[in-house]
Design a protein around this ligand. Structure first.
Ligand SMILES: Nc1ncnc2c1ncn2[C@@H]1O[C@H](COP(=O)(O)OP(=O)(O)OP(=O)(O)O)[C@@H](O)[C@H]1O
Length: 235
């Protein structure tokens, strides 16, 4: 159980460089509170996906502190970080990362198979909750047993959102999730995602190039304002 006042995300003095490369991220501090909906934007190549990978414990910063829900990631083994991510973070990727040979329902149930914590958060049985979320995100019951790749791009995106949301992880991280959708479907998708995050009091960190979406969030953060990497080179 995570204390309600514990920040969702806290970074201090974070520095990260890819092997044999110049520093990519140098962030003195970042604090995101529980339940906040954050819009994170930045130019292509500015390090947004790298930062999300650090927050999810996929990459380890060489310097600094990364604390997620009060847990310092650098104190965990690689396997424990994977477990922590599976338990507490729902990731929603630009390319969906759905398992192509599984059905819609099988894809959606995966987090509850991999995480006992997320399974234990369910108020109903896993299939019942999956059905509720799929219906809430507008995926018709006739599609649930179909192979996920037979769905349209917009439908696959919503299936990926259901997979991120099931079992109520405290943090939802969405990396350019709407880039394949047209403007109308983008807003509709965002509305549904926010609604589910609100219902779960989840923190939403949403990355996009599309500034028109920013007004839908509590706070907008420009990575260029946070990140000092490379600044001295141009000073
Ligand atoms: N696996 C990797 N190995 C080495 N360098 C990498 C790797 N992944 C990303 N980079 C580099 O790190 C920098 C930041 O990349 P990143 O993908 O985080 O940017 P981004 O802001 O998410 O870009 P986009 O908006 O285009 O997705 C880039 O210079 C990129 O080339």
């Amino acid at each position: 159980m995570v204390e309600p006042n514990t920040p969702a995300i806290a970074l201090e003095n974070l520095q990260f460089a890819w092997a044999k490369h110049h520093p990519c991220l140098d962030i003195p501090s970042l604090l995101i509170h529980r339940g906040e909906h954050i819009f994170l934007h930045g130019e292509s190549g500015s390090g947004k996906s790298t930062l999300l990978g650090i927050l999810g414990g996929v990459h380890l910063a060489q310097v600094g502190m990364v604390s997620i829900l009060g847990q310092r990631l650098d104190t965990l083994s690689s396997a424990a970080r994977d477990r922590f991510r599976a338990d507490h973070i729902g990731f929603l990727f630009q390319q969906f990362n759905l398992i192509p040979y599984l059905s819609v329902l099988e894809n959606v149930l995966l987090p509850c198979r991999f995480s006992r914590y997320r399974h234990s958060n369910l108020r109903e049985s896993a299939p019942t909750e999956a059905h509720r979320l799929l219906a809430a995100l507008g995926i018709d019951a006739t599609l649930w047993s179909r192979k996920v790749t037979s769905l349209s791009i917009g439908q696959q995106q919503r299936v990926a959102a259901v997979r991120a949301l099931i079992g109520s992880p405290e943090i939802i991280i969405a990396d350019e999730p709407t880039s394949a959708l047209d403007a109308h479907h983008q807003l509709h998708f965002l509305h549904l995602l926010k609604q589910e995050c609100l219902a779960n009091q989840a923190t939403l960190l949403f990355v996009s190039h599309d500034h028109r979406l920013a007004s839908n969030f509590h706070r907008s953060i420009a990575l260029s304002d946070l990140n000092q990497a490379g600044r001295q080179a141009f000073a």
